[in-house]
Design a binder for this molecule. Structure first.
Ligand SMILES: Cc1cc2nc3c(=O)[nH]c(=O)nc-3n(C[C@H](O)[C@H](O)[C@H](O)COP(=O)(O)O)c2cc1C
Length: 534
């Protein structure tokens, strides 16, 4: 339905769903990040003091707005859309005319300070371009797309944050070793289809632009840049044509806010020379607001990766929750229909995915989206020495602030933790019988009313012979088949409750009653009777 929708179509739909607020009052760009932080809607600042273009921010700062972007009703439905896109990518289509190239400035005319890049946090090292979909050729004929932050340094010079091992870093490293620049295009202001695909960590050689095509159900339109042999997204608002310079990872960059909700340390990164800047006649600058916009973008990508790892491990998975408190990337809680031993297998599969650090597996009666339910499973189903395991020395995200400090150039490894909160094997089933209240299916508080006859019958004081008769009938019933107390009560709907409890009392006094191993009432001395401990 949204095959042809561009960035502006998405903004329009956010507006129509009351999810985008237009602010026409003059705004100081220094205040933008904090205003977005206070807003429950995305904000479009039409009049940014000192700049010619509006700024939009907070677009996917909620699960609802992310779902709108992906054209689905519920955020959870994104998993299906992404799975389909990964299975059926659609190759991009090259177009001659690009809306992003209505105005182009090349060489000395490039001036990045014309862009209204807002300030963000108090410890930042400068204004940061946060929403640039970066396209690079991988040298084998495929395109690689990702999102990386660029901190502005000079009119035509930025840094690029490629500290984390990923495809672009590997390509930039190769180019550095060969001492040649690596051309990249940076498209700012692109539809969430393109944005989600770029944030997806596809293996080397897999074209994320084709995944974006799969998401939208139609080819993404690309157009060639003017100064480099790399395409850009034709629908973008602004395009930077640039080269990662072969300077090596020697330039201080940052600090800036990370997806960990923390400030990153000062990084050492290469520099980027911007050779041309192109944009529409009336461009809109998109400032992605860290860290929430990243979290809502990352979570669905982790769902897909987890689902396929668990499938490969032969696990029957019900639900997967990559939790927000786990920064949308490092924690997973999954429910499975377990066969013996599969709790541990599921954990091993999940911990192999991306940078998942802590994984919890529960049975399919637990709601993975309800933290109390999950904690209850951990409380009642886990023995720490049997069900919690730690794997040391695994590949982890170097950005994890809890990792030990390493000498420069040494990549840290870290721990992965699995918690098997499924019902353990070989435990009697009655240990896990949940409390379920008698008559819960029939009795409703809102409509509770006994009829007059029932009240009269219940109020009647039982006589001794009635109690004796009931006692005989109870013995007759439980002689053949042990019954729970509530089942016996239920068998005499016309008798006052007191008559039945007194009948039980009589049987106890006559030493005729006992219980079977599950706690059901039975006849003392019968074959059903449980034996007391020796
Ligand atoms: C908003 C946003 C900003 C990001 N910034 C960076 C960044 O500065 N550096 C980085 O290495 N990865 C960053 N990422 C993650 C990469 O875009 C992501 O891992 C991507 O899949 C890497 O692609 P690649 O392996 O093809 O290079 C960011 C992701 C998002 C969604």
């Amino acid at each position: 339905m949204y095959e042809q929708e561009g960035f502006r179509g998405y903004l329009e739909r956010l507006r129509s769903r009351n999810q985008l607020l237009d602010l026409h009052e003059p705004v100081d760009s220094r205040h933008i990040a904090t205003l977005v932080d206070q807003s429950d809607k995305a904000l479009m600042f039409h009049r940014v003091i000192g700049y010619d273009m509006p700024v939009v921010s907070g677009l996917i700062r909620s699960s609802e707005r992310m779902a709108i972007g992906m054209g689905v009703e519920r955020y959870a439905d994104i998993e299906q859309v992404l799975t389909r896109a990964l299975a059926s990518p659609i190759e991009p289509k090259y177009v001659e005319t690009s809306r992003a190239r209505e105005l182009t400035r090349v060489g000395d005319e490039v001036d990045l300070f014309d862009l209204p890049v807002p300030m963000s946090s108090v410890l930042d090292g400068g204004p940061v371009i946060t929403a640039g979909v970066t396209i690079v050729r991988d040298g084998q004929g495929a395109l690689n797309a990702g999102i990386y932050r660029y901190i502005l340094k000079e009119r035509n010079l930025t840094g690029i944050d490629i500290v984390t091992p990923n495809n672009l870093r590997a390509l930039a490293w190769k180019a550095y070793e060969a001492q040649r620049p690596l051309p990249i295009s940076i498209s700012i202001g692109t539809h969430p289809f393109e944005f989600l695909a770029s944030g997806y960590r596809a293996p080397a050689g897999v074209d994320e632009v084709a995944i974006a095509g799969g998401l939208r159900g139609a080819p993404v339109e690309l157009a060639m840049c003017e100064t480099i042999d790399v395409p850009h997204i034709a629908d973008a608002e602004i395009v930077l044509e640039a080269e990662i310079l072969p300077t090596g990872w020697k330039w201080p960059e940052g600090r800036f806010g990370e997806f960990t909700w923390l400030m990153g340390a000062l990084h050492w990164n290469p520099l980027v020379r911007v050779k041309a800047i192109a944009h529409r006649k009336d461009p809109i600058y998109y400032n992605l607001h860290m860290p929430w916009e990243v979290a809502w973008l990352m979570i669905p990508t982790r769902w897909s990766q987890l689902r396929s790892a668990l499938k490969a491990a032969g696990i029957q998975v019900k639900d997967i929750n990559v939790t927000l408190g786990g920064i949308g990337a490092w924690h997973v809680v999954m429910s499975i229909k377990k066969s013996a031993g599969e709790g541990k297998n599921a954990l091993l599969a999940a911990l192999s995915v991306s940078d998942i650090k802590h994984a919890v597996v529960v049975d399919d009666d637990i709601d993975v989206f309800n933290p109390i339910d999950v904690e209850w499973a951990i409380a009642t189903r886990v023995q720490g020495d049997r069900d919690v395991f730690v794997i040391s020395g695994a590949r982890v995200k170097p950005l994890d602030p809890s990792l030990p400090v390493m000498p420069a150039g040494v990549v840290p490894t870290g721990a992965k933790v699995g918690i098997d909160a499924t019902i353990p094997e070989n435990i009697p089933h009655e240990r896990y019988e949940r409390i379920s209240y008698a008559y819960a299916d029939k009795v409703k508080l809102g409509a509770y009313k006994l009829d007059a006859a029932a009240v009269r019958a219940g109020d009647r004081k039982p006589k001794a012979d009635e109690i004796a008769q009931l006692a005989d009938r109870i013995i007759g019933m439980i002689g053949n088949k042990p019954l729970y107390y509530a089942q016996v009560i239920d068998a005499f709907p016309d008798a006052p409750l007191q008559a039945i409890t007194r009948a039980f009392g009589k049987l106890h006094a006559e030493e005729k009653l006992w219980q079977d191993k599950d706690g059901r009432m039975c006849v003392r001395g019968s074959s059903f009777a449980a034996k007391p401990p020796a």
